[in-house]
Design a protein around this ligand. Structure first.
Ligand SMILES: C[S@@+](CC[C@H](N)C(=O)[O-])C[C@H]1O[C@@H](n2cnc3c(N)ncnc32)[C@H](O)[C@@H]1O
Length: 423
């Protein structure tokens, strides 16, 4: 969020702005691996370094190991930057550390920092993931550290993603959106409403500014579409999105509901996120409410379809937020999975018999995907439906009734979806 403002404030040429973007995004994405390398080259522990000096070392290490900028230029620029910190010893320290960094290339450093920690640590370091996240991916893929698919998954998660758009049905056709989205845009391979951008700023497109279309990962679209299409055998009028902010799925569901004469209520805990839901769904007749999903009151006859797109670690969308992987902590999981189970359990009580809830997370971590579903189904109020027929044309799905999408398989975020029918 800070970078675009800084770039325009400093008035950089587009070439320099491109380099600044590559250096800053690249550096935050690789942060943990860069710190491990710096730790091997500095006589002081990384945690004891002055923060501005550490940031200069991180940028410098990234330049030396991950760009084609000549080493002497990378060291020189970093030392000059260090002189501006007001710390007299900074320039000498930066010079000494970066000269040591420059003695090896990226791959030699990856081997060096993970030599004693095993193959999973090596893969994690190479694709700049914390090891616990690499382990969670391995577990979700039933893959060992030597498995080629794990490497593909981590590599895809470390690559810059395409921006996906959704043409909200009834408001704009995909054909029209494609025509406006530039010559390199393509139709998404799975969702009938998806467009994958070839570059450019989506905010500059009229349909995005007016809400006829939105920026939405194709995997997210597929989960909303699956809920809309699953067979509920009966009345189909009352839909609920229990955790709706910022409203991407709610807008798609509202458009689909409107096409069928159904009505959507979109609930969200936080007022500022509910405001985003109101904005996203403004062109449809959606009831937006603010409050804890667990306290949403039942309605007469029950809801026909509910989506619980629960708060989660977001491990499935790390590629879209370069720094997020280093901010998450495995200790976040216990609290999140309890909340997920409470929200999902409450949603079940709000359904009519035969009604269906879609439990969705943007994560492949088993604790918050299959783990929550297993805990819920133990109570015996719901049946797990085979979700795969409601993801038509989506290839490379696992042989399980729940659906786990992946960047390296479908080019979507790693969305999880389970469909559960109330008995
Ligand atoms: C994964 S996001 C939902 C994304 C949304 N479905 C979309 O497609 O744009 C989860 C949302 O749940 C909200 N939330 C967190 N705790 C909640 C609770 N107890 N009840 C309802 N919503 C909650 C968060 O504020 C967040 O906006």
């Amino acid at each position: 969020l800070a970078l675009p403002a800084l770039l325009s404030e400093r008035g950089l040429s587009s070439r320099d702005a491109g380099l600044a973007t590559e250096l800053s995004y690249g550096t935050v994405r690789a942060l943990g691996t860069l710190d491990d390398i710096i730790g091997q080259c500095s006589s002081r522990p990384v945690a004891d370094l002055d923060r501005p000096v550490l940031d200069i070392l991180r940028l410098g290490t990234y330049q030396l190991l991950r760009t084609r900028i000549p080493s002497h230029a990378g060291v020189y620029a970093s030392v000059e930057l260090a002189r501006t910190t007001g710390n007299e010893r900074a320039a000498g320290l930066v010079n000494a550390v970066l000269r040591k960094v420059a003695r090896r290339d990226w791959y030699a450093w990856i081997a060096a920092i993970s030599a004693e920690r095993g193959p999973l640590a090596r893969l994690a370091a190479q694709y700049a993931h914390p090891e616990w996240i690499a382990a969670a991916f391995a577990d979700a893929l039933s893959a060992g550290p030597e498995d080629a698919e794990l490497e593909l998954a981590l590599a895809a998660d470390d690559a810059r993603p395409q921006t996906h758009l959704v043409a909200r049905p009834g408001a704009i056709s995909r054909t029209e959106l494609l025509a406006l989205a530039g010559p390199n845009a393509t139709a998404g391979p799975y969702s009938p409403y998806a467009v994958r951008l070839g570059g450019g700023d989506p905010g500059a497109l009229e349909p995005i500014r007016t809400g006829r279309a939105g920026v939405q990962d194709e995997g997210s679209q597929l989960c909303a579409i699956a809920l809309a299409n699953v067979d509920t055998g009966g009345r189909d009028e009352r839909w609920l999105d229990l955790c709706a902010g910022p409203g991407g799925k709610a807008a798609l569901l509202a458009a689909l509901a409107a096409g069928r004469g159904a009505h959507l209520r979109a609930n969200e805990l936080r007022e500022h996120r509910a405001a985003l839901v109101r904005q996203a769904t403004a062109r449809w007749n959606v009831e937006v409410t603010v409050g804890d999903g667990v306290a949403v009151e039942p309605i007469a006859g029950g809801y026909d379809r509910i989506i619980v797109d629960a708060p989660c670690t977001g491990l499935g969308a790390l590629r879209r937020r370069p720094e997020a992987r280093w901010r998450r902590d495995p200790s976040d999981l216990a609290e999140l999975t309890d909340l997920q189970l409470r929200l999902l359990g409450h949603a079940v009580t709000l359904l009519r018999p035969g009604g269906v809830v879609a439990y969705v997370t943007c994560s492949p971590h088993r604790a918050e995907t299959g783990g929550v579903v297993e805990r819920l189904t133990e109570a015996g109020q719901v049946d797990l439906i085979d979700a795969r027929p409601y993801f038509p044309g989506v290839d490379k799905l696992d042989q399980t009734p729940t659906v786990q999408l992946w960047p390296h398989r479908q080019g979507t975020d790693a969305m999880f979806c389970a469909l559960l029918r109330r008995r």
